[in-house]
Ligand binder design. Structure first.
Ligand SMILES: C[S@@+](CC[C@H](N)C(=O)[O-])C[C@H]1O[C@@H](n2cnc3c(N)ncnc32)[C@H](O)[C@@H]1O
Length: 258
């Protein structure tokens, strides 16, 4: 292992030399070595998805894309496009500023499969957390009613380019019935708490087409124990296979072909 001073030297030396790719590679190696000294690792930079032109071409069209972490968005985009051909409808429970709905709509419209995307949100933030939602680790953030409230008009403006998007403001599950007899190829559940997560699965899982996917953004988050509990309980109640526990923090449920 190199000494810290030497590594910082590498970092500075890399600053003004070579082309951009060469510089980044050298900086990355030096930073990674520094991190390893502290028992940490940097995220692997040699991954194909970090340069996927289709994903980034789409994602960078969303005006606020820099405010989001891309790995979960990439997973959502990749999963959705694998099932988009199975049905003309999608839904998102918990829209927030609209990044995920934007990706679903843009990809579905580009592929020509999507007719309607329903987005449900209070736009007044979270509902009241219950005891089940209390994190078990001290470091995890404690949710409060009203967290993550956003200006509905701002979200509508961001989703303006998406002709298939329909936003339904209200507390989950109040407006679910408005989807009528629609069947869904893909549903994104991202409401952080036990009660609205369970209500979303109870409504949408039976409405998934065979082969369809229900993706929960919060399944692996220590801050969202209620979301994990809701998915696990539902699977147990109906003897479904275990949730696919993705290391991106998301949890995935599929509907079997019969
Ligand atoms: C983490 S954010 C969603 C992020 C979004 N899916 C994305 O990918 O950017 C959670 C959202 O769920 C909404 N929400 C939470 N509980 C709700 C409830 N009971 N009814 C309606 N919306 C709720 C909040 O208003 C917030 O916008």
């Amino acid at each position: 292992m190199k000494y810290k001073q030497e590594l910082i030297g590498d970092l500075c030396a890399a600053d003004g030399i070579g082309d951009v790719a060469d510089r980044y590679a050298k900086q990355f190696l030096a930073l990674d070595a520094l991190a390893m000294e502290r028992g940490l690792r940097l995220y692997n930079r040699d991954l194909v998805w970090l340069n996927d032109p289709e994903f980034w071409g789409l994602w960078k069209k969303f005006p606020e894309w820099r405010r989001h972490r891309p790995e979960r968005k990439f997973m959502l985009w990749s999963l959705y496009r694998s099932v988009a051909h199975l049905g003309p409808c999608t839904a998102e429970c918990g829209v927030y500023t609209g990044g995920s709905s934007f990706l679903i709509c843009q990809e579905g419209e580009r592929l020509g499969h999507l007719k309607k995307h329903f987005g449900f949100d209070s736009f007044e933030g979270l509902s009241e957390p219950t005891k089940i939602d209390m994190p078990t680790t001290e470091e995890a953030y404690l949710w409060a009613k009203g967290d993550l409230a956003v200006d509905e008009h701002h979200v509508r403006a961001l989703l303006e380019p998406c002709r298939t998007a329909q936003l339904l403001k209200g507390w989950i599950p109040e407006r679910f019935d408005e989807v009528g007899d629609a069947q869904f190829s893909f549903v994104h559940v991202d409401v952080d708490l036990y009660e609205p997560t369970l209500a979303s699965i109870e409504f949408f899982y039976p409405r998934l087409v065979p082969g369809g996917i229900l993706l929960c953004d919060d399944y692996g988050a220590e801050t969202c124990p209620g979301a994990r509990r809701a998915l696990d309980e539902y699977c147990e109640r109906f003897s479904l296979p275990p949730v696919v526990d993705l290391c991106s923090c998301q949890g995935m449920m599929t509907k079997a072909f019969v």
